[in-house]
Design a protein. Structure first.
Length: 72
């Protein structure tokens, strides 16, 4: 018996994607490369892919979804 929570599927998906992106960043940052090389690698990837804007948008949407579920 499932309980209806009223969270839109799109918001839930964006929250999941934001979590996945955060997990990927943590995995990259804890990889066995020295810090300087890893930061350069991540910065280069973000610039080339445009993923920085997508991650920022996903984080914003996830925060809005969480705020929308709070009573009050």
């Amino acid at each position: 018996m499932s309980e209806e929570r009223g969270v839109p599927g799109g918001s839930l998906l964006l929250a999941f994607l934001a979590g996945a992106a955060a997990g990927a960043v943590v995995a990259l940052l804890t990889a066995p490369k020295d810090g300087h090389a890893m930061r350069e690698s991540v910065a280069s990837w973000l610039r080339q892919s445009g993923a920085g804007d997508a991650v920022t948008s996903a984080i914003r949407a996830a925060r809005e979804a969480i705020d929308g579920t709070r009573p009050g």
